[in-house]
Design a protein. Structure first.
Length: 368
């Protein structure tokens, strides 16, 4: 495929997103052509990334000193202890602000690496090389970094834009099917908040995208990056418009946290469940027509995506789910702030609901 370059322009920083196939082998020239200079770099690498790919990256980067820190990514390990290990490595090796930290992994790896970069000496150069579909279409773009704690997901973090994002589609070929489904959840979300044209394209080519067929997967990734870039440029710090990117996430984050961030439910799978919940809640509260809800539900069903809340929860879990929803970052009152839909391509933000209304909804969703 032909290499794609997008430029994200924010108040704090402008930076390029490079999308292509087999471009990791050209990483040195990509870095140089974007005028990013450093003497030392620390590569924070997902332990699950094939050793061959990590070796190619390390060998192709041109700088005086290169170090590798292996990270075992999980929502449970997305914590301050993991960040401290990265900071220790930077301090022991005498890194300074002119040096660079590189994330080589999925969304969790990017989140903790970006957070470490943001707080090390108040900011070090940061390059994000996402290796999962979810990270390439969503989490690597926009500067959100952070960690989890016992109170909820991503409640500690910062907005810290990377200096460069490099998405090599060839890296997706080694991913298990479950990881592809997780990434597809974010592609699906972007299509619902963007416009009917993008949703209809995805609906028509959903199996091809899910199977990583070219040129459909390339278009899906580029479309998501363009959508997120446009939104982030208008609202870098999520004061208003950027909240649309959280469609389904208030439910999703609560579902993940209520399960203790276990392997039963990955983030992308939770997002798909959360999108279904948000769409159904939209319909039941007269924002979204039943016809449009059925179209969304049909898309999920045809791909056999995560669809059944009862597989993970029962009514006894409702209070726990609600407690985590109450801790969501978007809430500014005792009520719960939700991102909903009034149509495909027409999200609604800044709507608050009483906890009891959501409790009733969850009771109806859960059979026992």
């Amino acid at each position: 495929m032909k290499k794609i370059k997008l430029v994200v322009k924010t108040i704090s920083k402008n930076y390029p997103i490079i999308i292509g196939s087999n471009i990791i082998k050209n990483i040195s020239s990509i870095i140089q052509s974007n005028n990013i200079k450093f003497n030392k770099c620390l590569i924070v690498a997902d332990k699950k990334v094939p050793k061959k790919n990590l070796s190619i990256l390390k060998n192709k980067i041109s700088c005086k000193t290169k170090s590798i820190h292996l990270f075992n990514p999980s929502e449970k390990n997305k914590n301050q202890e993991s960040v401290n290990k990265i900071l220790d490595k930077l301090l022991v090796n005498n890194f300074n602000r002119g040096d660079c930290i590189i994330s080589f992994g999925g969304g969790i790896t990017g989140d903790i690496t970006g957070f470490a970069a943001s707080i090390f000496k108040r900011g070090i150069k940061f390059i994000n090389i996402p290796t999962t579909l979810l990270a390439q279409v969503d989490s690597s773009i926009g500067g959100k970094t952070g960690i989890n704690n016992k109170y909820g997901k991503n409640l500690v973090g910062s907005f810290f834009q990377p200096d460069l994002v490099v998405s090599d589609i060839n890296l997706l070929k080694t991913l298990p099917k479950r990881e592809i489904v997780c990434g597809y959840g974010e592609i699906f979300k972007h299509s619902l908040i963007a416009n009917k044209k993008i949703f209809n394209y995805l609906d028509k080519n959903k199996f091809k995208v899910l199977n990583l067929q070219s040129p459909y997967i390339e278009k899906a990734i580029a479309d998501c990056c363009k959508i997120k870039k446009t939104i982030v440029q208008q609202d870098e710090k999520e004061k208003n418009l950027r909240k649309v990117l959280n469609l389904g996430h208030t439910f999703a984050h609560a579902y993940e946290a209520a399960l203790g961030y276990s392997k039963k439910l990955n983030h992308g799978e939770a997002v798909i469940l959360g999108i279904k919940s948000a769409a159904k809640f939209s319909m039941e509260n007269k924002f979204l027509t039943k016809k449009k809800y059925n179209k969304i539900q049909s898309h999920i069903n045809h791909l056999n995506l995560p669809n059944n809340l009862n597989k993970f929860f029962s009514k006894k879990n409702i209070n726990l789910i609600l407690n985590f929803m109450k801790s969501d970052k978007k809430n500014n009152s005792a009520d719960i702030n939700l991102i909903l839909l009034k149509d495909i391509g027409k999200p609604i933000i800044n709507i608050n609901f009483k906890i009891e209304k959501i409790r009733k909804f969850l009771k109806n969703e859960l059979l026992n």
